[in-house]
Design a protein around this ligand. Structure first.
Ligand code: SF4
Length: 369
């Protein structure tokens, strides 16, 4: 099974960076206007007044958390809401991820999540909440270590939706101490507009999932029937902040939005809808990663719990009685890998809608990032 690092597109290097200098083979997404001469992270351009406003807003959100669509309204200093994380971020892994020929991305995997995807591809991190509690200042110090010791070219915060205030404070702290690499906000897109407003000016790259389209599907598989509606609003807001994905001449992404869609078994028509939405309502120049590595995980394929049969003497016993017509495993419809046809259909819909900047797998044996 791929490591969590490999499962996340960490934006170290544009996968289709040509390995030749032959201009005829140069990919169009590395040409102007998507090619930058130089780049200064947005947090370094914030005025001290705006930084102070963000600090104050972050603390206010922690005292009355309605930061994500779950709208718990709790004081995170005293208790937790649905994400089960209080005022300290819980971090599972902090490490540079090395890509071929480059220094790597500084990956920071947050524990916990505001979603409940039954197929979660990072179940051990997101749902079991393993990790260490860090204050925003300790978290910011880690960004600096990644920059100074790991020599990474970005800080990639994975699953930050439920710890946005802590992340905002950590970036501001690290910026004061010398952070100078771009920030990647690696999200499910189940964000609120309030949290994206807090991140505006702090994030350079939004690496955003768009998972499923139909409310009935998201209700069943993500436990959030408002997922697509929220993701549509969120992605439009992200794009308004940072625009389409741009690179410097070394092929490293510096600013913009990259949308990921994990093709799901039997849900290719929903993938096609997502592609049409991106092309028509976000941007036909949207950089898109259509991913085919779905694998059954978390609750998918697990044996169903069955009722215990009463024993003849009236006591319960452990015998399991299947009911007629009942599935043997949970979510059996997505208990398989996707087919080439399903992936091709989504890709075809994307191209027909006008999208053309795709995050294709590299043609070498290195990481697909
Ligand atoms: S971030 Fe956590 S506490 Fe806040 S609204 Fe979302 S789930 Fe609830």
């Amino acid at each position: 099974m791929a490591s969590p690092f490999m499962r996340h597109c960490l934006l170290q290097r544009a996968p289709s960076v040509p390995r030749t200098t032959h201009l005829g083979q140069r990919r169009l997404h590395l040409a102007p206007p998507f090619l930058l001469d130089d780049y200064t992270p947005r947090y370094l351009r914030l005025s001290s007044r705006d930084a102070a406003k963000k600090r104050s807003l972050a603390y206010a959100h922690l005292r009355n958390c309605n930061l994500c669509p779950r709208q718990c309204g709790v004081n995170r200093h005293e208790t937790t809401g649905m994400c089960l994380i209080g005022d300290k971020a819980k971090v599972n892994v902090i490490a540079p991820h090395f890509g071929e020929g480059h220094n790597g991305s500084g990956a920071v995997f947050m524990s916990g999540c505001n979603m409940r995807c039954i197929f979660c591809q990072n179940y051990d991190i997101s749902h079991q909440r393993n990790g260490m509690d860090l204050t925003p200042e300790e978290l910011g110090d880690w960004y600096l270590k990644l920059q100074e010791v790991g020599n990474v070219h970005n800080i990639n915060i994975v699953t930050p939706e439920h710890v946005v205030p802590q992340v905002a404070l950590s970036i501001l702290h690290a910026a004061e101490l010398g952070l100078r690499v771009p920030i990647v906000y690696n999200t499910s897109s189940y964000d609120s507009l309030a949290s994206l407003e807090l991140m505006d000016g702090l994030v350079d790259i939004y690496l955003a999932d768009f998972k499923v389209w139909e409310p009935s599907t998201s209700k069943r598989l993500l436990k959030a029937d408002d997922y697509a509606m929220t993701a549509k609003e969120s992605i439009k807001a992200m794009h308004k902040q940072v625009g389409d994905l741009c690179f410097t001449g070394d092929g490293i992404a510096k600013v913009g939005v990259l949308i990921r869609h994990l093709v799901m078994p039997g849900k290719e028509a929903e993938g096609a809808e997502i592609m049409r939405f991106l092309a028509s309502e976000v941007s036909a120049d949207c950089f898109v990663n259509i991913m085919e590595q779905y694998h059954p995980d978390a609750h998918v394929g697990k044996k169903r719990k069955r009722r215990k049969a009463p024993a003849s003497d009236g006591e319960r016993q452990d015998q399991i009685l299947p009911e007629e017509g009942e599935e043997e495993v949970r979510y059996s419809d997505i208990n398989r890998a996707v087919t080439n046809e399903e992936v091709s259909l989504v890709r075809k819909a994307a191209m027909e809608a006008g999208l053309w900047r795709f995050c294709d797998p590299p043609k070498h044996d290195g990481f697909a990032i």
